[in-house]
Design a protein around this ligand. Structure first.
Ligand SMILES: *[C@@H]1O[C@H](CO)[C@@H](O)[C@H](O)[C@H]1NC(C)=O
Ligand SMILES: *[C@@H]1O[C@H](CO)[C@@H](O)[C@H](O)[C@H]1NC(C)=O
Ligand SMILES: *[C@@H]1O[C@H](CO)[C@@H](O)[C@H](O)[C@H]1NC(C)=O
Ligand SMILES: *[C@@H]1O[C@H](CO)[C@@H](O)[C@H](O)[C@H]1NC(C)=O
Ligand SMILES: *[C@@H]1O[C@H](CO)[C@@H](O)[C@H](O)[C@H]1NC(C)=O
Length: 410
């Protein structure tokens, strides 16, 4: 009885499987049609059921004018899901708060924390913004810690301001209580901004914190939160690329010794003849744009963490075409779940600092050329624009948010 029952397949499973397969095929066909709107007439899209979906996906990827290359974990999935996000993703921005204080508007689009300002501006300029909360996948809490910092607000006061603002939203609108904040997000680039959310425990526990400092000591939760790339814009000089012959220096770093790893880096390598390591920041007095020009001449740019793991130096390196060498014991790198950082950077642990030169010398010329070519491909992902453009830093952050949206609301 039992054996017979077990050997008998559940009656509907094959039907379900078939339905699932057909649905998948239908979805792929739909997407393919949208993609090749004009070409479709002569395209072999009238395939029979023996054509497996993966082939179609491959054709889809091959025929696209944009070369997605191999810097992504799942290039086809990224492309399809990105297209879906572009069409469907909607974010509601709370309208409360006086725009003249810390709410709604960014402080500025320049300097170390420009990423925060760009996000605030871009979300309004984009099609993702909706005025209808019922259409929203996610809710944005638009309070700028960078702006508070600019007005001289202390960290303690910042925490209270964030707490009062969020508590007011919780009591005034029905949205937070439906998921206890899980479909809400907050964006801050300044280090203290991460701490400023600590007054509302559910903001830390449930909401998505989009931050430039993804340090675990401020409660960064990798699968929930999003690492915002810190980009110091505008860049002083144009992007690097196709300039390998000019990259004659093996490694470069110049900066403040404001962390243990930076002190060690300077101590161990400052007198080296192949690594260009200086323990003093290159200032304007040294000459016009001397610091930036070094990035053009170097193969590998060392990026040790400062007071926090992140540093604008990573985006600088990417922009100028110098392979970033991440020197950190833990760092959830921006877009880590989309991009394969090992294809365009060198990721090391702090202890590797003592073997730094040998590690870099062991990278063959061919490997370096691959890294460099891939680096040029990801440059667009680490660049902010206003208005935002396809695949730029804003869209990558939106994509990370899209991956974290919650479908079910009570
Ligand atoms: C893909 O591109 C190739 C070469 O341009 C073309 O021959 C082929 O028909 C295209 N396939 C589809 C599905 O558009
Ligand atoms: C912090 O808030 C208190 C009370 O509102 C105020 O008196 C004080 O000036 C504020 N300090 C800073 C640095 O913002
Ligand atoms: C949400 O829940 C909190 C805590 O139970 C409550 O104080 C608040 O009034 C609720 N908000 C709404 C809009 O009902
Ligand atoms: C290499 O450097 C020289 C001198 O600065 C410059 O003129 C040239 O354009 C550079 N080459 C490339 C490919 O960037
Ligand atoms: C680097 O050179 C300076 C000045 O000559 C010297 O004091 C220092 O000990 C040297 N450091 C190392 C690690 O050799």
């Amino acid at each position: 009885m039992t054996a017979a029952k077990l050997s008998h397949p559940p009656p509907s499973s094959s039907a379900f499987f078939l339905r699932g397969l057909l649905l998948a095929l239908a979805a792929i066909t739909l997407i393919t049609f949208t993609h090749f709107s004009l070409k479709s007439v002569q395209s072999p899209l009238l395939y029979d059921s023996s054509t497996p979906p993966p082939t179609l996906l491959k054709v889809l990827a091959e025929n696209d004018s944009e070369d997605l290359g191999d810097v992504y974990h799942f290039p086809e999935m990224f492309k399809l899901n990105y297209a879906e996000m572009d069409k469907k993703f909607k974010v509601y921005i709370y309208l409360d708060g006086d725009p003249n204080t810390f709410y709604q508007t960014p402080r500025k689009l320049t300097g170390k924390y420009a990423s925060e300002g760009y996000f605030f501006q871009n979300i309004r300029e984009s099609q993702f913004h909706t005025d209808d909360p019922d259409q929203a996948d996610l809710f944005f809490i638009p309070i700028s810690c960078h702006k508070m910092r600019g007005k001289g607000t202390s960290y303690e006061n910042m925490t209270v301001i964030v707490q009062n603002y969020v508590e007011n939203l919780i009591s005034k609108y029905p949205y937070w209580n439906r998921t206890l904040g899980s479909d809400h997000f907050f964006v801050t680039c300044h280090d203290v901004g991460v701490r400023a959310t600590e007054g509302v425990p559910l903001l830390v526990k449930n909401s998505i914190r989009v931050v430039c400092s993804p340090s675990y000591d401020v409660g960064f939760i990798p699968h929930k939160d999003v690492a915002l790339p810190q980009v110091l814009q505008p860049f002083a000089l144009p992007a690097g690329g196709n300039d390998i012959e000019n990259r004659t220096t093996l490694g470069f770093w110049a900066g403040h010794r404001n962390s243990k790893i930076r002190v060690i880096l300077a101590q161990v390598w400052q007198n080296d003849t192949e690594l260009d390591i200086s323990n003093n920041r290159i200032n304007r007095a040294t000459g016009h744009l001397v610091y930036q020009k070094r990035f053009y001449r170097t193969k590998f740019c060392i990026c040790p963490g400062g007071s926090q793991v992140n540093s604008a130096r990573i985006a600088d390196s990417i922009h100028y075409g110098c392979i970033p060498v991440i020197l950190s014991n833990y760092y959830d790198l921006p877009f880590n779940d989309i991009l394969d950082w090992r294809k365009f950077s060198v990721v090391l642990k702090e202890n590797d600092v003592y073997q730094l030169k040998q590690i870099l010398k062991d990278i063959s010329h061919a490997e370096f050329v691959d890294l460099h070519n891939n680096l040029v491909k990801v440059q667009k992902h680490f660049q902010w624009n206003s208005p935002p453009i396809k695949y730029d830093a804003f869209h990558m952050v939106m994509y990370d948010l899209w991956l974290r949206r919650h479908v079910i609301k009570y």
